[in-house]
Design a protein. Structure first.
Lengths: 767, 422
């Protein structure tokens, strides 16, 4: 029996109503579950893997969450009794629901939880809690352990992945041989867990649509004006040839015949409407180019596949080519990949691996690896992060730039040398130019490459965590910051998300005090129980960095005061330990299985553009295992990502729904429960007309009139519809109103419709 | 970007059908306090909460003043135009991210009356159909950290941002267009043919999809429809070209903000839109106010506790600077004539200064400061102490001031109806 309680709205009285106030109505022992969890199950499958390290930190009698409904007791003298009580508390939280969801799953994933999201949906911890909840409630299948377990072989969902800003620039540059730099002017990409290429987060807002239009028109005009684009024969023939060749590279697959016709129609309009001084053919090509660059076939990377007999969707060779090239070069397929796709060779894992290694070996791989590094370690803001100019006058733009290159090379060179993650965390060398060497106070490199960089002994700064870029971006404007550096390690190397400081806690950073070291200034974090629960996860790690100031310079002491760089990792999943200084921290992390697993997760996010959900979580385990099997060589990890079932297949989704059953309300839902204005039978034969309201307000509305040619011959159309109110404006057609009827014909460019095509006019009306 | 709440039916399920029926069959208008309806809405956001004791005015509701050195003192000349609302709280939200997300949405989800939209977008959906641009979102260095709950305040739908344009040049181009006077109809013809073809591609692609990705293309289609309308409606004229400032440089913050405010006023004056917003940075912004001699970031200053007098004074100085920017905006609106005649833009524009937290040092969303001006819907020159009222009620009042008639905004658990006393 399930007890649910929904928060009820107080009857229009004004009092502070705390959302998430849940009445605990579950009764102890009142369950009909065939497999209720006992203490052994609870201790092994819930307490140890989840509660102990994630929840107990705050949810204990003296901790930040001591006044919540969920207080756990770490097993003490009477361990069995303590654990029994913890089980009981967890059972209650599993039984009580809020908005239909068990509170035990809802809170740690961030709903009405001051601690924020401490467990990611679909993660192993989430699955453990979900299985516990299922067993408490007696949900069907929970006792098998099967329903919620990882479904091996599930390749993940079909996706459309919008090009990120960087990928957009790289793609334009590759397609047209230009140096495209539209990215800074485009709407910033939504960032998820640090990465800007998340498939679900990237969408096309109205602002972005307009910005993409401007960029596309600019590129179209410039490219169409090139001498090589002139046409010696029939313009439409040249346009067709362009669509079938370059157009295919734009769409990253050959165009279907109907698509070619559609875009030839656009060419005609462009040719018939040139600007003053522009040749008709040039105008036509400019519009076609601008147009295809706004098409979803260009803007989204298709990972949809074709339905196979086994019920899975098999990605086409063209889709796999794009997967490879965008993953490894952040750019469209090169000629060699394109040719392989044309021969349909890329469905074979061996072929995929061969191309993957080829792409990784190229200098072009830096375009992707460098972005991974910048986003994984959070050093992308290095260019703009503000530093106190008086305190840190030595931190010049040249130094910033050099630091950015150094940290990028630390990972990129490791990939290309076949090095391991341990080699990166505990590296004996680093990369500097003369400027950066001077800044660090070390000898300039003996030999440098064309970019002025050379490899030198790491010396006092071994490993990527000791690079200037990391130390600077994780510091304050006027001092180092053990908290930021500790948080970086916790979140990006141990993959443990930390909650923000809870409300009500004074979060003032301790003022600069020349009589105290940074470590001493932050002493309160350890002393005060309201702080220590969370800060013990960060500060002890960050103290190991204290020999580096806020711009990454090494310091033997802090203004004459001795530095204690002893650090510690607590409450991790196998990475606990003590160390002194960043070098020992790096060496320690290099030995941790947890760190390697986390690194795999970061690469899965970057490669697949998804967060781990319940199914993709299995693929993550597959990758983690592959990484281990290959002795943690990073190049092999990257190649392993191209060898999963996800890379070649996707799971079949529900069949396309019609708009009436779309569970997600359209952001601009048709707000018209009344029937749409009925089309009048006075239409040209062979066409249908439909009016749909698109915007609605108290005194009026706007609507679109879609006219479709359903016959087998071209039709110059005329339709009549009945509407509410009086038209105030119209576009894309000639609309005249008489009484409540509107007669419409097309604009010059859409007056005649080819078979199967449609025209869309629009109008607004006042009620 | 999806949120769990976006897919759970809110408690106001019964209200889902109501607002649309109300708009269609009974287009009654809610009565604003003065009976006057504002024609335009502007939201002005500055980050990182406040120090309530240094913000609040002194005095009574109709006889109040801004104490010397307080945050609102730079607005002394505007005092009789303002409604200062003291004591609002965000029900069920706290901290930087929570506050930023709840500030304009009232923590609504798709099943609520406001459909998870922010108040500016909700109003724009209702009244934006008569203008070329449904709404205009302007930003000042909002996106160095990318798009996220921390850096976005406007929502077109539950979990779907309405991102601001951080580039004055970009805004200028959208307002004043680039079509040559003689060939405007040819440009339009070309653009429309492209839009039709792109929509054709979208429809074709959509037909191959399952549920999840259809949603993505539907959003894209909606964006194209708005673009279509914006392109078809002509453009404003007579704008002063804007300088090509590097828009990410910290020290250009004031110049960019001023230009964006000028463009915002211009967009209202030429009738391009009736709903606009300006977002200064974002919550947790590390902006260093070098132009008033500061060297610590704004977020760091927002955490100076009362024992650190110099630190608090620096934060107050930064907030006073923001207040003077708000004053600049009000001055510009008051100097521009209403395009429909009779009075100034400020007379017909409701301007709302919103922040995402109350006392920044405690990360709480109680005593969250709001300042209103203009529009004619609320009796001006008042200082309201609302003692913990839900800010969602203010959001309802704002909607009513704009002529809408919804009874809740955001999560209905926060209560229904407009803010008493406003």
């Amino acid at each position: 029996m399930t007890m649910t309680s929904k928060p009820t709205a107080p009857p229009s009285t004004l009092h502070a109503f705390v959302l998430g106030l849940v009445v605990l109505t579950a009764c102890a022992g009142d369950t009909s579950s065939p497999c209720p969890p006992d203490e052994t199950y609870f201790r092994e499958r819930v307490w140890a893997p989840v509660f102990e390290n994630r929840c107990n930190i705050c949810h204990n009698p003296g901790g930040v969450a001591q006044r919540s409904d969920f207080v756990l007791t770490a097993p003490g003298e009477d361990a069995a009794d303590d654990m029994g009580q913890n089980l009981e508390r967890a059972r209650r939280m599993a039984m009580v629901t809020e908005d239909g969801e068990p509170v035990l799953l809802r809170r740690p994933t961030g709903t009405n939880h001051p601690g924020g999201m401490v467990i990611a949906p679909g993660s192993a911890e989430y699955r453990a809690l979900a299985e516990f909840v299922g067993r408490v409630r007696g949900d069907e299948g929970a006792c098998d352990g099967g329903e919620l377990a990882c479904q091996a072989g599930d390749p993940g969902p079909r996706l459309l992945r919008r090009l990120s800003r960087t990928e957009y620039d790289n793609t334009l540059s590759a397609l047209f041989g230009i140096d495209a730099r539209y990215a800074p002017a485009l709407v910033a990409d939504v960032v998820v867990k640090g990465f800007d290429n998340n498939a679900h987060a990237l969408e096309v807002s109205p602002l972005l649509a307009d910005q993409l239009r401007q960029a596309a028109e600019e590129v179209g005009a410039a490219v169409a004006a090139r001498p090589a684009m002139a046409c010696s024969g029939d313009g439409a023939t040249c346009a067709r040839a362009w669509l079938e060749s370059t157009g295919a590279r734009v769409f990253r697959r050959p165009l279907a015949a109907t698509e070619v016709e559609r875009w030839l129609g656009v060419y005609q309009v462009g040719r018939d409407n040139p600007d003053e001084g522009v040749l008709p053919h040039t105008s036509g090509m400019a519009v076609v180019i601008a147009g295809v660059l706004q098409s979803p076939s260009f803007l989204y990377r298709s990972e949809l596949g074709e339905l196979g007999a086994d019920g899975r969707y098999a990605l086409t060779s063209y889709e796999i080519a794009s997967e490879l090239s965008y993953f490894l070069w952040a750019a469209p397929p090169d000629d060699e990949l394109w040719a392989a796709a044309g021969r349909d060779e890329l469905r074979d894992p061996a072929a995929i691996e061969a191309h993957a290694r080829r792409l990784l070996a190229s200098p072009r791989a830096r375009a992707s690896i460098d972005r991974f590094t910048a986003q994984w370690l959070g050093v992308g803001i290095l260019d703009t992060v503000a530093r106190d100019p008086m305190l840190y006058a030595a931190f010049t733009p040249a130094v910033r730039a050099a630091m950015g290159e150094e940290v990028a090379r630390q990972l990129a060179s490791a990939v290309q040398r076949g090095a391991t993650l341990g080699d990166v965390l505990d590296a004996p060398t680093t990369w500097v130019n003369a400027e950066l060497a001077r800044f660090y106070g070390i000898e300039a490199p003996a030999a440098v490459d064309a970019a002025g960089f050379g490899e030198v002994a790491a010396g006092a700064r071994p490993g990527i965590l000791a690079s200037g870029a990391v130390l600077t971006t994780h510091a304050r404007s006027n001092s180092s910051s053990p908290i930021h550096r500790g948080k970086l390690v916790r979140e990006r190397l141990l993959c443990q998300e930390l909650p923000p400081p809870p409300p009500g806690v004074n979060a003032q950073p301790p003022p600069l005090d020349p009589t105290l070291t940074t470590r001493e200034r932050y002493a309160q974090h350890a002393a005060d129980p309201a702080c220590s629960g969370c800060h013990q996860l960060m500060d002890p790690i960050g103290f190991a960095f204290e020999h580096f100031d806020g711009i990454g310079r090494h310091r033997a002491d802090e203004g004459g005061l001795p530095i204690d760089a002893a650090g510690e990792i607590l409450a991790s999943d196998g990475s606990d330990g003590a160390f002194v200084g960043v070098g020992e921290l790096g060496a320690h992390l290099a030995t941790s299985a947890e760190v390697h697993a986390c690194f795999s997760v970061q690469w899965v996010r970057w490669a697949y553009g998804v967060e781990e959900d319940a199914q993709l979580g299995c693929l993550v385990e597959e990758i983690e295992d592959a990484f281990e099997a290959k002795a943690y060589v990073i190049e092999d990890l990257i190649v392993a990502l191209t060898q999963t079932s996800h890379f070649r297949f996707r799971r079949g989704a529900a069949p396309p729904s019609d708009p009436g059953t779309d569970p997600d309300p359209d952001p601009d839902p048709d707000p018209d429960p009344d029937p749409d204005p009925a089309p009048d039978p006075g239409n040209t034969p062979g066409v249908t007309a439909a009016v749909t309201k698109t915007d609605q307000w108290a005194t009026g509305y706007c609507a679109k009139l879609v006219v479709t040619n359903t016959s087998a011959a071209p039709v110059t159309w005329r339709v009549t519809v009945t509407i509410d109110g009086t038209m105030s404006s119209h576009w894309n057609g000639q609309l005249t109103q008489s009484g409540n009827r509107v007669t419409a014909t097309g604009a010059p460019y859409n007056a005649t419709l080819a078979p199967g095509t449609a025209a869309e006019a629009g109008f607004c009306a006042n009620l | 970007m999806t949120s769990r709440r976006a897919f759970t039916a809110g408690m106001g399920a019964a209200l889902l059908a109501a607002p649309f029926l109300g708009l269609l069959t009974r287009p009654r208008r809610a009565r604003a306090a003065t009976g006057v309806r504002a024609k335009r809405l502007v939201v002005f956001f500055t980050p990182n909460g406040t120090v309530p004791a240094r913000w609040r005015p002194s005095g009574s509701e109709t006889s109040f003043s801004f104490p010397a050195g307080s945050i609102l003192e730079p607005l002394a000349a505007h005092r009789q135009r303002l409604v200062v609302v003291d004591g609002l709280q965000f029900v069920g939200a706290s901290n930087h991210e929570g506050g930023m997300a709840a500030m304009l949405t009232g923590s609504g989800s798709a099943g609520d009356e406001s459909r998870g939209m922010s108040v500016d977008q909700f109003v724009a959906a209702a009244i934006g159909g008569t203008t070329r641009l449904r709404s205009l979102e302007l930003g000042v260095q909002t996106s160095a950290w990318g798009g996220s709950v921390q850096t976005r305040m406007s929502y077109r739908a539950a979990g779907q941002f309405a991102p601001p344009d951080d580039s004055p040049r970009g805004v200028y181009t959208r307002l004043y267009g680039d079509a040559m006077p003689g060939g405007a109809d040819r440009v339009l013809a070309r653009r429309q043919s492209v839009l039709d073809a792109v929509k054709g591609d979208l429809g074709q692609l959509r037909g191959r999809l399952g549920n999840e990705e259809q949603h993505k293309l539907d959003q894209h289609l909606t964006s194209l429809r708005e673009l279509e309308r914006a392109l078809g409606g002509g453009s404003c004229s007579g704008g002063t070209p804007v300088a090509d400032l590097p828009i990410h440089a910290n020290d250009n913050f004031p110049a960019i903000g001023k230009t964006q405010m000028d463009l915002l006023v211009a967009s209202l004056a030429c009738g391009a839109t009736n709903v606009a917003s300006i977002q200064w940075a974002h919550t947790v912004a590390p902006t260093v106010f070098t132009w008033i001699g500061q060297s610590e970031g704004h977020h760091a200053l927002s955490h100076m506790d009362d024992g650190n007098a110099a630190g608090v004074a620096a934060f107050v100085a930064a907030e006073r600077w923001f207040a003077s920017q708000f004053g600049y905006l009000l001055d510009k609106l008051a100097a521009a004539p209403d395009p429909e005649g009779g009075g100034t833009l400020l007379d017909t524009t409701l301007v709302v200064w919103a922040k995402e937290m109350g006392d920044a040092r405690a990360h709480v969303c109680t005593e969250v400061p709001f300042v209103l001006a203009g529009g004619g819907a609320f009796t001006p020159g008042r200082y309201l102490r609302v003692n913990g009222a839900a800010h969602a009620r203010l959001l309802v009042s704002i909607c009513h001031a704009m002529g809408l008639s919804n009874t809740t905004f955001g999560n209905p658990a926060a209560g229904a109806g407009p803010l008493a006393g406003l």
